[in-house]
Design a protein around this ligand. Structure first.
Ligand code: GDP
Ligand code: GDP
Length: 457
């Protein structure tokens, strides 16, 4: 099953779907793998609420995880509806993890699902969950009746067997993936400010906010035609362009794809493609529509960009012809709903007329440079000393938390490692204070900063 996406490990991550009856432990496994409870729920128009999307990592190799939601037992009235939804998610998947419950043994629902999955001809891994407190060998024997491979035993809730399972799945799906991802990560870590290297940009946002219009504005119609080739729908697309001497590469955007199939102009928003684009990019342009309310999904998408450690540029589009009242409204809304985003300033643009688009790209380049900046150790230590002097860390059981010295731990996103005593007890408000201080002094705008605290030496 070595597919084309193996050749571009940073471009399109494998999509792994979790299926199984309700209560077998899909969401428990999902949360363990994505380490988040704030999953992207696909309640964008045209999609269902039942599915959850997230990004998991095996070392540096990311993959997109889809929890298909519960598939009812066959006599359940909602079965057929839910099944259709879940099956649609399976069409997007490269690999299917079929979860069963070691404690209940084979059920009629498992059998129905097995038949459904067989018809789809995709690689199915049978995963037997909840092996804690049961005899795995005996439980496995029961599932042989399904006629699938030997089940992989796991206990999702305790994290048992998960690492082994995911290693096997990813290595089987694409043996080169992990090595290639490591190579890319190493190259990224080494990359100093390199203005001649193309900056990889993704444009994301909800449907109709103006992504395609912006893509056209950036690369022009005639260049788009070059990419308007059949057979490119599944493969990741890289579109190079240049602005003021700076080279950019547009990664995997729905906008590019849509134009290649003019008739399918109402292509559905795909959470999977959005997550893949965020992973593949160095800087993400998140597009909002000034004529629509900022939604929870917008905030979630931004949260994902931050979690992925990508640089972020916020473009508020359709600014043309807006009344002052409407402009004030969106400004207030940005403050209220995206207040957590304190490191990226919104840019007001009109993709249609091109207003503000040049500035937007300048900002992309600035954010890229900030994310790759070298942070000299003496400077970091000076900032740390000034910060702790201006505002001491608190006492913990009578002893003051000490933050002694700092150095850079990585780039893209910038990582700062701070050594001290009792650092695990440092309150999150103080962490935020430190991050803000480093950001301000070092000019690290537009990029998340990873602050790592270490105790000892
Ligand atoms: P889903 O409906 O398939 O998403 O299942 P959930 O993840 O909601 O899990 C259903 C129940 O099974 C919850 O009460 C979980 O705590 C429990 N559960 C999940 N994984 C395990 C496991 O490995 N061992 C045990 N004993 N319980 C588990
Ligand atoms: P996408 O779904 O995010 O790719 O959105 P499109 O690029 O297809 O744009 C959706 C609609 O918004 C189209 O009718 C565009 O013409 C319109 N649109 C896009 N950008 C602008 C803009 O800057 N100003 C105005 N007034 N309309 C825009």
């Amino acid at each position: 099953m070595v597919g084309p996406r193996c050749y571009h490990p940073t471009m399109e991550q494998p999509v792994i779907a979790l299926v199984g009856r309700p209560n077998v432990g899909k969401s428990t496994l999902f949360n363990k793998l994505t380490r988040t409870r704030d999953a992207l729920v696909a309640d964008f128009p045209g999609l269902t609420r039942d599915r959850q999307y997230g990004v998991g990592r095996m070392g540096p190799a990311p993959y997109v995880l889809v929890d298909t939601g519960g598939l009812g037992e066959p006599d359940d009235v909602t079965y057929h509806h839910m099944q259709r939804q879940a099956m649609r998610a399976l069409d997007e998947a490269d690999v299917i993890l079929f979860l069963v419950d070691a404690r209940t043994g084979v059920t009629p629902g498992d059998e129905t699902l097995t038949r459904e999955l067989r018809q789809r001809g995709k690689r199915v891994w049978l995963v037997m969950n909840k092996i804690d407190g049961v005899d795995p060998a005996m439980a496995a024997a029961d599932f042989h009746a399904l006629g699938l491979d030997t089940p992989w035993p796991i206990a999702a809730v305790h994290g048992r067997g998960i690492q082994q399972l995911m290693t096997a799945v990813l290595e089987d799906h694409c043996p080169a993936l992990i090595a290639a991802a490591e190579a890319v990560e190493a190259a990224d870590a080494d990359a100093e400010e390199a203005p001649d290297r193309p900056i990889e940009v993704a444009i994301v946002g909800r449907p109709n906010v103006g992504k395609s219009t912006l893509v056209n504005r950036l690369i022009g119609e005639e260049r788009l035609l070059v990419y308007d080739m059949p057979g490119t729908t599944r493969d990741a697309i890289h579109v190079p362009f240049e602005r003021d001497g700076q080279a950019f590469t547009l990664v995997d955007t729905a906008g590019v794809r849509r134009r290649s199939r003019v008739k399918a102009s109402i292509e559905k928003f795909s959470v999977v493609k959005t997550l893949q684009a965020i992973e593949a990019a160095q800087v993400v342009i998140m597009v909002l529509d000034a004529r629509q309310e900022i939604s929870e999904q917008d905030a979630h998408l931004i949260g994902h960009v931050i979690e992925a450690g990508r640089g972020l540029v916020l473009a508020v589009n359709k600014w043309d012809g807006l009344e002052t009242g409407a402009r004030d409204r969106i400004r207030r809304e940005l403050d209220v709903k995206l207040g957590f985003l304190d490191f990226a300033r919104p840019r007001f643009i009109s993709a249609l007329h091109g207003t503000g688009v040049g500035r937007l790209l300048e900002e992309v380049a600035q954010v890229y440079r900030a994310a790759h900046k070298t942070l000299p150790t003496p400077q970091l230590n000076r900032i740390l000393a000034e910060a702790t002097e201006a505002h001491q860390p608190p006492l913990i059981r009578g002893r003051r938390i000490k933050l002694r010295y700092a150095h850079q731990g990585g780039r893209n996103p910038p990582a700062i490692i701070v050594h001290g005593n009792q650092t695990t007890a440092l309150p999150s408000a103080y962490r935020r204070y430190l991050v803000n201080r480093f950001r301000r002094e070092l000019g690290l705008w537009g990029t998340p900063i990873r602050l790592e605290l270490r105790t000892g030496e």
